[in-house]
Design a protein around this ligand. Sequence first.
Ligand code: 5CA
Length: 440
Amino acid sequence: MRLSRYFMPILKENPKEAEIVSHRLMLRAGMIRQQSQGIYSWLPLGKRVLDKVNAVIREEQNRAGAIELSMPTLQSAELWQESGRYDAYGKEMLRIKDRQERPMLYGPTNEEMVTDIFRASVKSYKDLPLNLYHIQLKFRDEIRPRFGTMRSREFMMKDAYSFDLTREAAEHSYNKMFAAYLRTFDRLGLRAIPMRADTGPIGGNLSHEFIILADTGESEVFCHKDFVGFDIPGERTDFDSVEGLQAIFDKWTSLYAATSEMHDEAAFNAIPEGERLSARGIEVGHIFYFGTKYSEPMGAKVQGPDGKEHFVHMGSYGIGPTRLVPAIIEASHDDNGIIWPASVAPFDVVVINMKAGDEACDDTCELIYAALTKAGKDVLYDDTDDRAGTKFATADLIGVPVQIIAGPRAVANGEVEVKDRKTGARETMTIEAAINRFVA
Ligand code: 5CA
């Protein structure tokens, strides 16, 4: 992508409305724009990051055996009347009428709709276990939308829904998502700690929130320090192994961890003082087991091996991609801007032409741009005629992990400078070596 032809509306000044660093940096880097309260457009740079976050989520959902589909944002009120949640959900639900005066709503979550899909076609235990997910916009008319896309009214959610014959089988499904979440957040460069959580309007009595520690987090959390060093389940994790996944779950729930709603002061105080961690956190995921709460009122049942009909045991599993993007920034930035982990960086590398219009600089940059693009890298080429200082500031602000800097003096020697955004380390090397670093 040539910066001269891209759309990346950088702000020079700090936006006044932004209270936390991630919101400030997302606005300054031209990633998002507020359209009305708590409703955002994702501008091209932001969209790239969001897509990469979703790609990681999708890979790990698929690895754990979940199957992707796509459900609509608008739902009929009838389904919600069946489950009894239409009245119970309250003011957070945006209610709409169509031209026939039929009550509709903008989905805040999809338990009812997915249960409807399930009951229409699954009739036998032989089709279980089943886990269906989508990545879709939701709407919740939050009282206090704030911090940009961290708590917005329209937001994106990856929501998965599992169906099993028995509670034991449903626990295995729960554990699959539990392990998939540990892997997902780790790949996004985050350390997320599963904590016992309140189930709120989703219901059920087994639930974990995945919390990343950050001073600007909205939740108050209490946990054992050792979580910070726990191993993440590897790529070869066998998601079909009941014992293997139970062992991961048991390990990750063996120590105290709870949000303020579930906090047990006495249990926390039983931890030796030096091992306690009391901090603020951002909830990036939330998983629930709620048994037959929806399958019973909505009549979602299958024939079991005993020939009888059984209401299916369900769970639901949410991750907030539009919250994860600012959460990653909260965890990874410095005074100059964002520092993206490679897995979600909008571009792999930015090529900075220090003297656009200079034949040698132009030729060198074009050569590098073409070679890296051909190698399948996402390359941003700053071919603008901005001052060098502006170019450096922009590159640092948008947080691309590697910068290749081509200035007249180095280029005259057949060289460029390669800068690591995170460490700030700069290295001069031949043009060929700079290319090979990515192509090899
Ligand atoms: N049906 C269940 C799981 S699929 C559910 O709705 N869970 S939830 O309410 O906990 O939301 C799941 C995730 O969505 C949260 O962990 C959070 O990451 C994200 N999320 C929820 N509300 C918002 C919001 N207002 N803005 C941004 N992200 C949100």
